[in-house]
Design a protein around this ligand. Structure first.
Ligand code: NAD
Length: 389
């Protein structure tokens, strides 16, 4: 198999895990690594099979200028994430980006336009859309068994106090309660980012289930700073109400700074005029299904899991219930074999733009916003910037 010559930018926990994946899943050869924190280059090198053949860069321009590199794996955590993806495509590189796709609407448009103008592959590495329950839920919706979909919920309430502050020289995480002992600590992007920006793991699987896109958004938030950890600059909970093109109402919620029980920080629910499905509430619970037309007086428990029953051996032991394999395989097959992406740049941006606008809504007293249609059509030819972005 032709190997894709790929560079990895962002050498934190996730970038180093991607280095492992890119050397485990066939079809990739890592040729460069990049992070402004130089101390992380050696840490990342320890995970490389042939470190002597890999160039390490601290400058983004040097990294992008590498002529051998034909694709960029973007594992940075910063406001510029979307702009960097567009930079990379504009420099002639295919892009496989970690989530979320972008943090500004301008960068959403830059990604769409760069992918249209260059024809290069842009894949968002959102993996929960490959979880085991997603396709059966999608089939229930597509076959009409749930009737007309009226309501859908997704929430990601995790607890990551170690992600908000770092030592800028070493990249070491610093806990909020250790800040006084570490005056060198600096807030990470998470300390500035409205939590509702992190909706890819909710919008991606649920929009796949609904085969729909968000057209209208309004948001609301608890107050900042965090009540749970006042050192953290962001609120504990942000929620968005959204309306889809097909007319369903969504409730999407995020929060990353307050304690929760371990496991299952995601939760989903889809309700239609003829039935509903619901994710489990804890590890001791089960997902549920109820169909109005099936003589069911109550919900039935169904053993849907994150792991798929049909995962190929290559996927076994990849993270998030084997799901981390699928975006990498899709990216590889799109670049190497020209196979069309199921999760293309438009669908990727449809997971980012409503989240960005939810934060804008919160900042403007819960003002409602329309979500632009990023697909080309009669009002915007392919490759042309929109008249009113
Ligand atoms: N798909 C998933 O399940 C999943 C899980 C965790 C994280 N993520 C995503 O992966 C990405 C990385 O997460 P992480 O936990 O490794 O974060 P991290 O903070 O541990 O590491 C991010 C790295 O990016 C570097 N970086 C920051 N700004 C940069 C810039 N402008 N240019 C180059 N490098 C820059 C930092 O120096 C840091 O080393 C984030 O986008 C995050 O949202 C996805």
């Amino acid at each position: 198999m032709e190997e894709i010559r790929i560079g990895v930018s962002g050498l934190g926990g996730r970038g180093r895990y991607w280095i492992h994946l890119l050397q485990t899943i066939p079809g990739f050869r890592i040729v460069a690594i990049h992070d402004p924190i130089v101390a992380l280059h050696d840490v990342a090198r320890k995970g490389l099979q042939s470190p002597e053949h890999v160039k390490a860069c601290s400058d983004w321009g040097d990294f992008l200028g590498d002529r051998e590199m034909e694709a960029v794996a973007l594992c940075v955590r910063c406001k510029e994430q979307g702009g960097m993806a567009a930079d990379a495509m504009e420099a002639g590189k295919h892009v496989h980006s970690e989530v979320p796709a972008a943090h500004t609407l301008e960068d959403c448009w830059r990604i769409v336009l760069a992918s249209e103008r260059t024809g290069l592959v842009y894949q968002l590495g959102e993996q929960t859309r490959y979880w085991g329950f997603v396709d059966p839920w999608r089939n229930l919706v597509a076959s009409g068994q749930l009737g007309r979909i009226t309501y859908c919920e997704g929430q990601y309430i995790g607890y990551y106090p170690g992600l908000y502050f770092k030592d800028p020289q070493t990249g070491q995480a610093i806990m909020p309660h250790d800040l006084s002992k570490n005056p060198q600590a600096r807030g990470t992007w998470l300390n500035d980012m409205p939590p509702i920006h992190y909706l890819p793991h909710e919008l991606s699987p649920m929009l796949k289930v609904l085969d729909d896109r968000v057209v209208e958004v309004v948001g609301m938030s608890t107050d900042a700073p965090s009540f749970a950890h006042p050192e953290i600059g962001q609120p504990d909970i942000q929620a968005a109400l959204m309306k889809t093109e097909k007319g369903a109402v969504l409730r999407m919620t995020t929060g990353f700074s307050q304690p929760i029980p371990e496991h299952d920080h995601h939760w989903y629910h889809v309700m239609g005029t003829k039935g509903s499905v619901e994710w489990r509430r804890s590890d001791r619970d089960m997902p549920r299904l109820w169909l109005a037309d099936a003589q069911m007086h109550d919900f039935a428990e169904v053993d849907w899991r994150y792991a798929r029953t049909d995962a190929p051996p290559e996927a076994w032991a990849t993270g998030h219930g084997n799901a981390d394999y699928y975006p990498h395989a899709a990216f590889r097959d799109a670049v190497s074999k020209g196979k069309a992406l199921e999760f293309d740049a438009y669908k990727a941006i449809e997971t980012a733009a409503p989240a960005i606008l939810a934060a804008d809504s919160i900042a403007q007293g819960s003002k409602p916003f329309r979500v632009p249609d990023f697909r080309p059509g009669s009002s915007r030819p392919r490759g042309q910037a929109p008249a009113n972005p």
